[in-house]
Design a protein around this ligand. Structure first.
Ligand SMILES: *Cc1c(COP(=O)(O)O)cnc(C)c1O
Length: 377
């Protein structure tokens, strides 16, 4: 039988056809008034994603490039930082800060756990000369969301800035950069923002800019002073055709309304959790979020995800590091609606059953359908 593909992984995510096609236009020169004006209106509109009045900068990089930008502009060798590490992406902050010579106070969490704001307060009281706190908004390796708003309430009373990795959280979790007082938000656009991989974004508060100006660190490609100097133009060649795609994606977000985009992600996540629980499976996360649902399976999830991908055409992520083979992660992120959740749950019911761990067919799907009917979507 032919195989139709369903991408239910937490990035890259499915790209709407109109976003893909928006890129199929003339590649014009990036220094022309025509393109700079496109850049300007697109960056202006992108402020909506961050809920900020500050400038937003677009990088030709994956999400990690935006994270590296945050680090190289705010951390010089010997500077003290606090890093929250609750999984693979918290570890990435640790790796980046290490690479640039920071003195790191690591708040290590068990995978699936979230950081309590008091832990950050204690760390800041231990080291009031800390320059930055690095947090992960949605820890994609565990499906856990950290309480960024509450963390910002703590950090704002100190000298340190709060830097968040919102690569997967963007548009899936509510985020109000200015209102909450988050200083740096770094994101990639191949997840909730529905673009093909290749662009990243970053925004900074005035407190973060003051830190950037005071910081004597070495960098070049990711030097924010160059981006700010040429804004809205880009210091190096921007992703011209991907900017067209971003315009199309932003139009979709604007049309749906950002509050509704957040709400949709929450309903999809609720339905997914209800579905897997009804099937008798248990969640990894103590504070599960709207990006992806991480679930323990009695089967080898390496084999499980392979069967679903190769035979059913349904791509989900497995576990990383010590959770490899133990969990699967089904995403509800970006260009997804209720029937993507149904496809995922149905594939799980069938694949578990086919692999010798029969799950009650239709029971997960039913639980999700009930939520959708209740929510009226
Ligand atoms: C996907 C992801 C990243 C970075 O991804 P890239 O592969 O560099 O785009 C960083 N943090 C989180 C939380 C992510 O989910």
């Amino acid at each position: 039988m032919f195989k139709k593909n369903y991408l239910l992984a937490p990035g890259p995510t499915p790209v709407p056809i109109n976003v893909l096609l928006a890129g199929a236009k003339d590649t014009i020169h990036h220094r022309t008034p025509e393109f700079v004006s496109i850049m300007e209106s697109t960056l202006e509109k992108s402020k909506m994603l961050f809920q900020t009045k500050e400038k937003v900068y677009c990088l030709v990089a994956s999400g990690t490039g935006a994270m590296e930008t945050a680090v190289v502009n705010t951390v010089a060798p010997g500077d003290k930082v606090i890093v929250i590490d609750g999984g693979k992406f918290g570890e990435r902050w640790d790796d980046l800060c290490k690479a640039y010579g920071a003195k790191i106070d690591l708040i290590k969490l068990e995978w699936g756990d979230y950081v309590r704001p008091e832990q950050i307060k204690d760390a800041l009281d231990r080291n009031p000369d800390t320059v930055a706190v690095f947090a992960t908004h949605s820890e994609t390796s565990t499906g856990t969301v950290n309480p960024i708003k509450e963390i910002a309430e703590v950090v704002r009373n100190y000298k340190a800035i709060l830097v968040t990795d919102a690569v997967s959280a963007m548009l899936a979790e509510p985020l109000k950069m200015d209102e909450w007082g988050v200083d740096i938000v770094a994101t990639g656009l191949q997840k909730g923002v529905m673009l093909p991989p290749g662009l990243a974004m970053i925004a900074l508060s005035p407190k973060a800019w003051a830190r950037v100006k005071a910081c004597d660190s070495k960098h070049y490609y990711f030097g924010l002073k160059y981006y700010d100097k040429s804004y809205p133009d880009s210091p190096w060649t921007p992703g011209v055709n991907q900017i067209y795609q971003l315009q199309a994606a932003l139009d979709m977000v604007e049309k749906e309304g950002i509050e509704n985009v957040w709400k949709r992600h929450q309903i999809l996540a609720d339905a997914t959790r209800a579905g897997v629980k009804a099937l008798g499976l248990s969640l990894l996360s103590k504070r599960p979020g709207n990006v992806t649902t991480a679930v323990f399976s009695p089967l080898d999830t390496g084999k499980l995800t392979k069967l679903m991908r190769d035979k059913y055409g349904v791509t989900m992520a497995g576990g990383q590091d010590h959770l490899k083979g133990k969990i699967f992660r089904v995403a509800h992120l970006g260009y997804m609606g209720k029937f993507d959740v149904i496809v995922g749950l149905s594939a799980l019911e069938m694949a578990h059953t086919e692999m010798g761990h029969p799950l009650p067919l239709g029971v997960g799907v039913k639980a999700a359908e009930e939520i959708f009917l209740k929510e009226g979507i």
